[in-house]
Design a protein around this ligand. Structure first.
Ligand code: NDP
Ligand code: 2IT
Length: 445
Protein backbone atom coordinates (compact mmCIF):
# COMPACT_ATOMS: atom_id res chain seq x y z
CA UNK A 1 0.00 0.00 0.00
CA UNK A 2 2.70 2.47 1.05
CA UNK A 3 4.57 1.82 -2.20
CA UNK A 4 1.54 2.31 -4.40
CA UNK A 5 0.66 5.57 -2.70
CA UNK A 6 4.26 6.78 -2.90
CA UNK A 7 4.29 5.98 -6.65
CA UNK A 8 1.03 7.84 -7.14
CA UNK A 9 2.39 10.94 -5.36
CA UNK A 10 5.74 10.72 -7.15
CA UNK A 11 3.90 10.65 -10.48
CA UNK A 12 1.95 13.76 -9.54
CA UNK A 13 5.10 15.62 -8.51
CA UNK A 14 6.86 14.62 -11.71
CA UNK A 15 3.95 15.85 -13.86
CA UNK A 16 3.58 19.16 -12.02
CA UNK A 17 6.99 19.82 -10.47
CA UNK A 18 6.36 23.46 -9.55
CA UNK A 19 2.97 23.00 -7.86
CA UNK A 20 4.14 22.43 -4.29
CA UNK A 21 0.93 23.52 -2.55
CA UNK A 22 -1.05 21.21 -4.79
CA UNK A 23 1.28 18.30 -3.87
CA UNK A 24 0.72 19.11 -0.20
CA UNK A 25 -3.08 19.13 -0.49
CA UNK A 26 -3.14 15.88 -2.48
CA UNK A 27 -0.69 14.19 -0.08
CA UNK A 28 -2.91 14.95 2.89
CA UNK A 29 -6.00 13.55 1.17
CA UNK A 30 -4.17 10.50 -0.22
CA UNK A 31 -2.89 9.57 3.25
CA UNK A 32 -6.42 9.68 4.65
CA UNK A 33 -8.24 7.87 1.86
CA UNK A 34 -5.72 5.19 0.90
CA UNK A 35 -6.84 2.64 3.52
CA UNK A 36 -10.45 3.36 2.50
CA UNK A 37 -9.54 2.72 -1.16
CA UNK A 38 -7.94 -0.58 -0.23
CA UNK A 39 -11.16 -1.65 1.46
CA UNK A 40 -13.21 -0.54 -1.56
CA UNK A 41 -11.44 -1.84 -4.68
CA UNK A 42 -14.17 -0.43 -6.95
CA UNK A 43 -12.65 3.03 -6.47
CA UNK A 44 -9.17 1.76 -7.31
CA UNK A 45 -10.43 -0.06 -10.40
CA UNK A 46 -12.20 3.06 -11.68
CA UNK A 47 -9.06 5.13 -10.89
CA UNK A 48 -11.10 7.67 -8.98
CA UNK A 49 -8.15 9.19 -7.13
CA UNK A 50 -6.10 9.43 -10.34
CA UNK A 51 -9.03 11.19 -12.04
CA UNK A 52 -9.92 13.46 -9.12
CA UNK A 53 -6.49 15.14 -9.12
CA UNK A 54 -6.78 16.21 -12.77
CA UNK A 55 -8.90 19.33 -13.29
CA UNK A 56 -11.78 18.78 -15.70
CA UNK A 57 -10.78 22.08 -17.31
CA UNK A 58 -8.35 24.95 -16.71
CA UNK A 59 -8.80 28.36 -18.28
CA UNK A 60 -5.79 30.67 -18.33
CA UNK A 61 -6.04 34.11 -19.86
CA UNK A 62 -4.41 37.50 -20.24
CA UNK A 63 -6.01 40.46 -18.47
CA UNK A 64 -4.95 43.85 -19.75
CA UNK A 65 -6.03 47.20 -18.36
CA UNK A 66 -4.81 50.78 -18.06
CA UNK A 67 -3.94 52.18 -14.61
CA UNK A 68 -4.57 55.67 -13.24
CA UNK A 69 -1.33 56.95 -14.74
CA UNK A 70 -2.25 55.76 -18.20
CA UNK A 71 0.20 52.86 -18.04
CA UNK A 72 -0.74 49.52 -19.58
CA UNK A 73 -0.89 46.69 -17.03
CA UNK A 74 -0.85 42.96 -17.72
CA UNK A 75 -2.08 40.29 -15.31
CA UNK A 76 -2.79 36.58 -15.53
CA UNK A 77 -6.35 35.32 -14.99
CA UNK A 78 -7.33 31.73 -14.17
CA UNK A 79 -10.28 29.47 -13.53
CA UNK A 80 -9.69 25.89 -12.46
CA UNK A 81 -12.84 23.82 -13.02
CA UNK A 82 -11.82 20.87 -10.91
CA UNK A 83 -14.78 18.54 -10.53
CA UNK A 84 -18.47 18.72 -11.46
CA UNK A 85 -19.57 15.24 -10.36
CA UNK A 86 -22.06 16.48 -7.76
CA UNK A 87 -22.98 19.94 -9.09
CA UNK A 88 -21.83 23.00 -11.02
CA UNK A 89 -18.27 24.15 -10.28
CA UNK A 90 -18.33 26.38 -7.20
CA UNK A 91 -15.56 28.23 -5.43
CA UNK A 92 -13.96 31.58 -4.87
CA UNK A 93 -11.71 33.95 -6.78
CA UNK A 94 -8.43 35.06 -5.23
CA UNK A 95 -6.68 38.31 -6.20
CA UNK A 96 -3.19 38.31 -4.72
CA UNK A 97 0.28 38.78 -6.24
CA UNK A 98 1.27 35.27 -5.08
CA UNK A 99 -1.44 33.55 -7.18
CA UNK A 100 -0.16 30.81 -9.51
CA UNK A 101 -1.85 27.92 -11.28
CA UNK A 102 -0.48 25.53 -8.63
CA UNK A 103 -1.98 27.56 -5.80
CA UNK A 104 -5.38 27.62 -7.47
CA UNK A 105 -5.21 23.88 -8.16
CA UNK A 106 -4.65 23.23 -4.44
CA UNK A 107 -7.58 25.47 -3.57
CA UNK A 108 -9.85 23.94 -6.21
CA UNK A 109 -8.90 20.43 -5.09
CA UNK A 110 -9.75 21.24 -1.46
CA UNK A 111 -12.98 22.85 -2.60
CA UNK A 112 -14.21 19.61 -4.20
CA UNK A 113 -14.16 17.76 -0.86
CA UNK A 114 -15.37 20.76 1.15
CA UNK A 115 -18.36 21.28 -1.10
CA UNK A 116 -19.21 17.59 -0.91
CA UNK A 117 -19.33 17.88 2.89
CA UNK A 118 -21.79 20.81 2.85
CA UNK A 119 -24.69 18.47 1.93
CA UNK A 120 -25.50 20.82 -0.99
CA UNK A 121 -25.11 19.94 -4.69
CA UNK A 122 -21.94 21.83 -5.63
CA UNK A 123 -18.86 20.75 -7.56
CA UNK A 124 -15.47 22.37 -6.96
CA UNK A 125 -13.53 25.14 -8.65
CA UNK A 126 -11.30 28.11 -7.91
CA UNK A 127 -9.92 31.03 -9.84
CA UNK A 128 -8.28 34.38 -9.58
CA UNK A 129 -5.40 36.51 -10.66
CA UNK A 130 -1.99 37.79 -9.61
CA UNK A 131 -3.55 41.28 -9.56
CA UNK A 132 -2.86 43.06 -6.27
CA UNK A 133 -5.81 45.19 -5.10
CA UNK A 134 -3.63 46.75 -2.37
CA UNK A 135 -2.84 50.40 -3.02
CA UNK A 136 -5.16 50.55 -6.05
CA UNK A 137 -7.94 53.10 -6.35
CA UNK A 138 -11.57 51.93 -6.52
CA UNK A 139 -11.54 52.86 -10.20
CA UNK A 140 -8.48 50.73 -10.90
CA UNK A 141 -10.06 47.78 -9.12
CA UNK A 142 -13.20 48.29 -11.23
CA UNK A 143 -11.23 48.46 -14.49
CA UNK A 144 -9.38 45.32 -13.58
CA UNK A 145 -12.57 43.46 -12.58
CA UNK A 146 -14.29 44.47 -15.80
CA UNK A 147 -11.43 43.26 -17.96
CA UNK A 148 -11.08 40.05 -15.95
CA UNK A 149 -14.79 39.33 -16.42
CA UNK A 150 -14.58 40.13 -20.14
CA UNK A 151 -12.92 36.74 -20.58
CA UNK A 152 -14.24 34.81 -17.54
CA UNK A 153 -17.86 35.42 -18.60
CA UNK A 154 -17.49 32.90 -21.45
CA UNK A 155 -16.68 30.09 -19.03
CA UNK A 156 -19.14 30.55 -16.16
CA UNK A 157 -22.90 30.63 -15.64
CA UNK A 158 -25.48 29.87 -12.94
CA UNK A 159 -25.69 26.19 -14.00
CA UNK A 160 -22.03 25.86 -15.07
CA UNK A 161 -19.67 27.56 -12.67
CA UNK A 162 -20.48 30.03 -9.89
CA UNK A 163 -17.49 31.99 -8.50
CA UNK A 164 -17.43 33.95 -5.22
CA UNK A 165 -14.88 35.81 -3.09
CA UNK A 166 -11.65 34.73 -1.43
CA UNK A 167 -8.48 36.65 -0.48
CA UNK A 168 -8.59 40.10 -2.09
CA UNK A 169 -12.10 39.60 -3.47
CA UNK A 170 -14.86 40.96 -1.24
CA UNK A 171 -18.14 42.81 -1.72
CA UNK A 172 -16.57 45.58 -3.79
CA UNK A 173 -14.98 43.23 -6.32
CA UNK A 174 -18.04 40.95 -6.55
CA UNK A 175 -20.10 44.06 -7.38
CA UNK A 176 -17.84 45.13 -10.24
CA UNK A 177 -17.60 41.56 -11.57
CA UNK A 178 -21.37 41.08 -11.44
CA UNK A 179 -22.04 44.42 -13.14
CA UNK A 180 -19.80 43.48 -16.04
CA UNK A 181 -21.23 39.95 -16.40
CA UNK A 182 -24.76 41.36 -16.50
CA UNK A 183 -23.79 43.90 -19.14
CA UNK A 184 -22.06 41.30 -21.33
CA UNK A 185 -24.85 38.72 -21.10
CA UNK A 186 -27.91 40.92 -20.61
CA UNK A 187 -28.95 38.48 -17.89
CA UNK A 188 -29.62 39.01 -14.18
CA UNK A 189 -28.71 35.59 -12.80
CA UNK A 190 -27.06 34.02 -9.78
CA UNK A 191 -23.72 33.69 -11.55
CA UNK A 192 -21.72 34.89 -8.54
CA UNK A 193 -22.30 34.60 -4.82
CA UNK A 194 -21.46 37.09 -2.12
CA UNK A 195 -23.64 39.63 -3.93
CA UNK A 196 -24.99 42.75 -2.21
CA UNK A 197 -28.17 42.32 -0.21
CA UNK A 198 -30.05 44.80 -2.44
CA UNK A 199 -29.18 42.91 -5.60
CA UNK A 200 -30.05 39.31 -4.75
CA UNK A 201 -27.30 38.44 -2.30
CA UNK A 202 -27.95 36.24 0.71
CA UNK A 203 -28.17 37.46 4.27
CA UNK A 204 -25.32 36.04 6.44
CA UNK A 205 -23.03 35.29 3.45
CA UNK A 206 -20.56 37.89 4.63
CA UNK A 207 -20.59 36.43 8.14
CA UNK A 208 -20.85 32.77 7.11
CA UNK A 209 -17.25 31.53 7.06
CA UNK A 210 -16.35 33.05 10.42
CA UNK A 211 -19.65 32.15 12.08
CA UNK A 212 -19.58 28.64 10.64
CA UNK A 213 -16.04 28.18 11.94
CA UNK A 214 -17.19 28.96 15.47
CA UNK A 215 -20.22 26.66 15.16
CA UNK A 216 -17.83 23.89 14.12
CA UNK A 217 -15.42 24.68 16.97
CA UNK A 218 -18.34 24.52 19.42
CA UNK A 219 -19.28 21.08 18.07
CA UNK A 220 -15.69 19.88 18.52
CA UNK A 221 -15.47 21.28 22.06
CA UNK A 222 -18.76 19.60 22.93
CA UNK A 223 -17.29 16.16 22.16
CA UNK A 224 -15.04 16.74 25.18
CA UNK A 225 -17.75 18.21 27.35
CA UNK A 226 -16.25 21.66 26.87
CA UNK A 227 -17.24 24.96 25.25
CA UNK A 228 -15.54 28.05 23.90
CA UNK A 229 -17.11 30.28 26.53
CA UNK A 230 -14.44 31.84 28.71
CA UNK A 231 -11.60 30.63 26.49
CA UNK A 232 -8.69 32.71 25.19
CA UNK A 233 -8.58 32.75 21.40
CA UNK A 234 -5.71 33.62 19.09
CA UNK A 235 -6.81 34.65 15.59
CA UNK A 236 -4.61 35.39 12.58
CA UNK A 237 -5.76 37.59 9.72
CA UNK A 238 -8.08 40.58 9.90
CA UNK A 239 -10.10 40.15 6.71
CA UNK A 240 -13.53 38.69 6.08
CA UNK A 241 -13.05 35.36 7.83
CA UNK A 242 -11.08 36.73 10.80
CA UNK A 243 -13.54 39.58 11.46
CA UNK A 244 -16.60 37.37 11.72
CA UNK A 245 -14.78 34.58 13.54
CA UNK A 246 -13.79 37.20 16.13
CA UNK A 247 -17.35 38.54 16.26
CA UNK A 248 -18.92 35.13 16.92
CA UNK A 249 -16.18 34.13 19.36
CA UNK A 250 -16.96 37.26 21.38
CA UNK A 251 -20.71 36.62 21.27
CA UNK A 252 -20.05 33.11 22.58
CA UNK A 253 -18.12 34.56 25.53
CA UNK A 254 -14.54 33.97 24.41
CA UNK A 255 -11.67 36.47 24.60
CA UNK A 256 -9.94 37.28 21.28
CA UNK A 257 -6.40 38.46 22.05
CA UNK A 258 -4.75 38.73 18.61
CA UNK A 259 -5.41 39.86 15.04
CA UNK A 260 -2.90 40.11 12.22
CA UNK A 261 -2.16 40.92 8.60
CA UNK A 262 0.78 40.18 6.35
CA UNK A 263 2.88 42.82 8.14
CA UNK A 264 2.57 41.59 11.74
CA UNK A 265 0.18 40.98 14.62
CA UNK A 266 -1.51 42.92 17.43
CA UNK A 267 -1.96 41.53 20.96
CA UNK A 268 -3.78 42.57 24.08
CA UNK A 269 -4.43 40.34 27.06
CA UNK A 270 -7.78 42.06 27.78
CA UNK A 271 -9.04 41.15 24.32
CA UNK A 272 -11.34 42.57 21.70
CA UNK A 273 -14.69 44.27 22.37
CA UNK A 274 -17.54 45.50 20.18
CA UNK A 275 -16.12 49.01 19.78
CA UNK A 276 -12.71 47.72 18.71
CA UNK A 277 -14.27 45.26 16.29
CA UNK A 278 -16.34 48.04 14.67
CA UNK A 279 -13.15 50.07 14.31
CA UNK A 280 -11.36 47.08 12.77
CA UNK A 281 -14.11 46.52 10.18
CA UNK A 282 -14.03 50.18 9.15
CA UNK A 283 -10.22 50.21 9.09
CA UNK A 284 -9.94 47.07 6.96
CA UNK A 285 -13.04 47.22 4.74
CA UNK A 286 -13.49 50.95 4.15
CA UNK A 287 -10.21 52.74 4.86
CA UNK A 288 -8.13 49.69 3.86
CA UNK A 289 -5.57 50.33 6.60
CA UNK A 290 -3.12 48.04 8.39
CA UNK A 291 -3.26 46.12 11.66
CA UNK A 292 -0.42 48.26 13.00
CA UNK A 293 -2.83 51.24 12.81
CA UNK A 294 -5.32 49.24 14.90
CA UNK A 295 -2.61 48.44 17.47
CA UNK A 296 -1.52 52.07 17.64
CA UNK A 297 -5.08 53.37 18.04
CA UNK A 298 -5.97 51.05 20.94
CA UNK A 299 -2.49 50.73 22.49
CA UNK A 300 -2.23 47.00 21.73
CA UNK A 301 1.24 45.49 21.55
CA UNK A 302 2.40 45.22 17.93
CA UNK A 303 4.79 42.53 16.73
CA UNK A 304 6.24 43.45 13.36
CA UNK A 305 6.80 40.63 10.83
CA UNK A 306 5.66 37.98 13.33
CA UNK A 307 2.81 35.50 13.60
CA UNK A 308 0.71 35.12 16.75
CA UNK A 309 1.25 31.40 17.50
CA UNK A 310 3.66 32.01 20.38
CA UNK A 311 0.94 33.70 22.46
CA UNK A 312 -0.73 31.59 25.13
CA UNK A 313 -4.22 30.47 24.17
CA UNK A 314 -6.86 27.76 24.54
CA UNK A 315 -8.08 27.96 20.95
CA UNK A 316 -6.23 29.00 17.78
CA UNK A 317 -8.08 30.10 14.65
CA UNK A 318 -5.77 30.63 11.65
CA UNK A 319 -7.82 32.85 9.30
CA UNK A 320 -5.24 34.41 6.96
CA UNK A 321 -3.59 32.11 4.42
CA UNK A 322 -1.99 28.74 3.58
CA UNK A 323 0.99 27.39 5.52
CA UNK A 324 0.88 30.09 8.14
CA UNK A 325 1.41 27.50 10.92
CA UNK A 326 4.65 25.60 10.53
CA UNK A 327 5.83 22.61 12.58
CA UNK A 328 7.57 24.82 15.15
CA UNK A 329 4.54 27.10 15.50
CA UNK A 330 2.36 24.03 16.11
CA UNK A 331 4.79 22.85 18.76
CA UNK A 332 4.57 26.23 20.53
CA UNK A 333 0.78 26.10 20.49
CA UNK A 334 0.67 22.59 21.92
CA UNK A 335 3.31 23.38 24.53
CA UNK A 336 1.35 26.46 25.65
CA UNK A 337 -1.76 24.38 26.28
CA UNK A 338 -3.81 25.06 23.14
CA UNK A 339 -6.65 22.47 23.12
CA UNK A 340 -8.31 23.26 19.80
CA UNK A 341 -7.31 24.53 16.35
CA UNK A 342 -10.03 25.48 13.86
CA UNK A 343 -8.85 26.29 10.35
CA UNK A 344 -10.66 29.36 8.99
CA UNK A 345 -8.13 29.76 6.17
CA UNK A 346 -7.49 27.08 3.53
CA UNK A 347 -4.60 24.75 4.44
CA UNK A 348 -3.11 27.15 7.02
CA UNK A 349 -1.28 24.27 8.76
CA UNK A 350 1.73 22.66 7.09
CA UNK A 351 1.85 18.83 6.94
CA UNK A 352 4.26 18.91 9.93
CA UNK A 353 1.86 21.07 11.92
CA UNK A 354 -1.06 18.72 11.16
CA UNK A 355 1.06 15.77 12.34
CA UNK A 356 1.88 17.64 15.54
CA UNK A 357 -1.79 18.40 16.30
CA UNK A 358 -2.95 14.87 15.54
CA UNK A 359 -0.02 13.36 17.45
CA UNK A 360 -1.03 15.28 20.56
CA UNK A 361 -4.70 14.45 19.99
CA UNK A 362 -5.86 18.04 20.34
CA UNK A 363 -9.13 18.98 18.65
CA UNK A 364 -8.07 19.81 15.11
CA UNK A 365 -10.74 20.99 12.64
CA UNK A 366 -9.29 20.93 9.11
CA UNK A 367 -10.24 23.69 6.68
CA UNK A 368 -12.45 21.66 4.37
CA UNK A 369 -14.78 20.98 7.30
CA UNK A 370 -14.25 23.97 9.59
CA UNK A 371 -14.45 26.78 7.02
CA UNK A 372 -17.18 25.25 4.85
CA UNK A 373 -19.75 27.68 6.23
CA UNK A 374 -18.86 30.27 3.59
CA UNK A 375 -19.46 28.11 0.58
CA UNK A 376 -22.50 26.59 2.30
CA UNK A 377 -24.23 29.95 2.47
CA UNK A 378 -23.08 30.54 -1.10
CA UNK A 379 -25.02 27.38 -1.94
CA UNK A 380 -28.00 28.80 -0.07
CA UNK A 381 -27.60 32.03 -2.07
CA UNK A 382 -27.85 29.96 -5.27
CA UNK A 383 -31.03 28.33 -3.96
CA UNK A 384 -32.55 31.71 -3.10
CA UNK A 385 -31.60 33.06 -6.56
CA UNK A 386 -33.26 30.09 -8.26
CA UNK A 387 -36.40 30.65 -6.20
CA UNK A 388 -36.19 34.43 -6.70
CA UNK A 389 -36.55 34.77 -2.95
CA UNK A 390 -34.53 36.19 -0.09
CA UNK A 391 -34.65 34.42 3.24
CA UNK A 392 -34.38 36.13 6.63
CA UNK A 393 -31.09 36.25 8.53
CA UNK A 394 -32.56 33.87 11.12
CA UNK A 395 -33.49 31.34 8.45
CA UNK A 396 -30.05 31.39 6.83
CA UNK A 397 -28.22 31.31 10.16
CA UNK A 398 -30.27 28.32 11.29
CA UNK A 399 -29.49 26.45 8.08
CA UNK A 400 -25.80 27.32 8.48
CA UNK A 401 -25.77 25.88 12.01
CA UNK A 402 -27.51 22.72 10.81
CA UNK A 403 -25.02 22.33 7.96
CA UNK A 404 -22.00 22.78 10.24
CA UNK A 405 -23.47 20.16 12.59
CA UNK A 406 -24.03 17.80 9.65
CA UNK A 407 -20.42 18.30 8.54
CA UNK A 408 -19.25 17.55 12.07
CA UNK A 409 -21.34 14.37 12.12
CA UNK A 410 -19.75 13.18 8.87
CA UNK A 411 -16.27 13.80 10.33
CA UNK A 412 -17.19 11.76 13.40
CA UNK A 413 -18.67 8.97 11.29
CA UNK A 414 -15.53 8.50 9.19
CA UNK A 415 -12.89 9.78 11.61
CA UNK A 416 -13.79 8.17 14.93
CA UNK A 417 -10.74 6.33 16.25
CA UNK A 418 -10.25 4.75 19.64
CA UNK A 419 -10.86 7.58 22.11
CA UNK A 420 -10.15 10.25 19.51
CA UNK A 421 -11.80 11.85 16.49
CA UNK A 422 -9.40 12.31 13.59
CA UNK A 423 -11.24 15.11 11.78
CA UNK A 424 -8.68 15.11 8.95
CA UNK A 425 -9.43 11.52 8.02
CA UNK A 426 -13.13 12.05 8.69
CA UNK A 427 -13.47 15.05 6.37
CA UNK A 428 -11.29 13.59 3.62
CA UNK A 429 -13.01 10.20 3.55
CA UNK A 430 -16.57 11.55 3.80
CA UNK A 431 -15.94 14.13 1.06
CA UNK A 432 -14.12 11.65 -1.16
CA UNK A 433 -16.79 8.99 -0.81
CA UNK A 434 -19.61 11.27 -1.97
CA UNK A 435 -17.73 12.52 -5.03
CA UNK A 436 -16.37 9.04 -5.84
CA UNK A 437 -19.85 7.49 -5.79
CA UNK A 438 -21.13 10.19 -8.17
CA UNK A 439 -18.17 9.62 -10.49
CA UNK A 440 -18.82 5.88 -10.52
CA UNK A 441 -22.50 6.45 -11.35
CA UNK A 442 -21.63 8.76 -14.24
CA UNK A 443 -19.12 6.51 -15.95
CA UNK A 444 -15.70 7.30 -17.32
CA UNK A 445 -16.02 10.95 -18.30
P1 NDP B 1 -9.38 38.73 3.01
O1 NDP B 1 -8.72 39.22 1.79
O2 NDP B 1 -10.63 39.38 3.48
O3 NDP B 1 -8.36 38.75 4.25
C1 NDP B 1 -7.17 38.07 4.18
C2 NDP B 1 -6.39 38.29 5.47
O4 NDP B 1 -5.27 37.41 5.50
C3 NDP B 1 -5.83 39.69 5.58
O5 NDP B 1 -5.70 40.06 6.92
C4 NDP B 1 -4.46 39.52 4.90
O6 NDP B 1 -3.50 40.47 5.27
C5 NDP B 1 -4.06 38.16 5.40
N1 NDP B 1 -3.16 37.54 4.42
C6 NDP B 1 -3.42 37.29 3.13
N2 NDP B 1 -2.36 36.75 2.52
C7 NDP B 1 -1.41 36.66 3.46
C8 NDP B 1 -0.10 36.19 3.44
N3 NDP B 1 0.45 35.70 2.32
N4 NDP B 1 0.60 36.22 4.61
C9 NDP B 1 0.04 36.73 5.75
N5 NDP B 1 -1.21 37.21 5.81
C10 NDP B 1 -1.92 37.16 4.69
O7 NDP B 1 -9.61 37.16 2.76
P2 NDP B 1 -10.58 36.14 3.52
O8 NDP B 1 -10.74 36.54 4.94
O9 NDP B 1 -11.76 35.97 2.67
O10 NDP B 1 -9.73 34.80 3.41
C11 NDP B 1 -8.85 34.36 4.44
C12 NDP B 1 -8.64 32.87 4.31
O11 NDP B 1 -9.90 32.19 4.45
C13 NDP B 1 -8.07 32.38 2.97
O12 NDP B 1 -7.26 31.25 3.19
C14 NDP B 1 -9.33 31.96 2.20
O13 NDP B 1 -9.02 31.01 1.21
C15 NDP B 1 -10.13 31.36 3.33
N6 NDP B 1 -11.56 31.23 3.12
C16 NDP B 1 -12.33 32.31 2.78
C17 NDP B 1 -13.70 32.15 2.62
C18 NDP B 1 -14.59 33.31 2.32
O14 NDP B 1 -15.81 33.10 2.28
N7 NDP B 1 -14.09 34.52 2.14
C19 NDP B 1 -14.35 30.85 2.75
C20 NDP B 1 -13.46 29.80 3.20
C21 NDP B 1 -12.12 30.00 3.34
P3 NDP B 1 -3.04 41.61 4.22
O15 NDP B 1 -4.18 42.60 4.22
O16 NDP B 1 -1.78 42.15 4.74
O17 NDP B 1 -2.89 40.93 2.88
O1 2IT C 1 -12.60 28.73 0.14
C1 2IT C 1 -13.83 28.91 0.08
O2 2IT C 1 -14.64 28.04 0.43
C2 2IT C 1 -14.31 30.21 -0.41
N1 2IT C 1 -13.50 31.09 -0.70
C3 2IT C 1 -15.78 30.44 -0.62
C4 2IT C 1 -16.26 29.84 -1.91
C5 2IT C 1 -17.67 30.17 -2.28
O3 2IT C 1 -18.05 29.78 -3.40
O4 2IT C 1 -18.41 30.79 -1.51
Amino acid sequence: MANEMADFLAGLRARYPAETEFHQAVTEVAKSVWPFLEKNPKYRKAKILERIVEPERVVLFRVTWVDRNGEVQINRGYRVQMNSAIGPYKGGLRFHPSVTLGMLKFLAFEQVFKNALTTLPMGGGKGGSDFDPKGKTDEEVMWFCQNFMMELARHIGPDTDVPAGDIGVGGREIGYLFGQYKKLRNEFTGVLTGKGINWSGSRIREEATGYGLLYFVEEMMRTRGNSITGKTVVISGSGNVAQFAAEKAMVLGAKVVTLSDSDGFAYDVRGLDAEKLAFLKDLKNVRRGRIRDFAKHFHWQYFDKQRPWGMKCDVALPCATQNEIGGRDAEKLVRNGCMCVGEGANMPSSLEAVEMFLGHKILFGPAKAANAGGVSVSGLEMSQNSQRMQWSAEEVDKRLRDIMRAIHNQCVRYGQREGFINYVDGANIAGFRKVAEAMLDQGVV
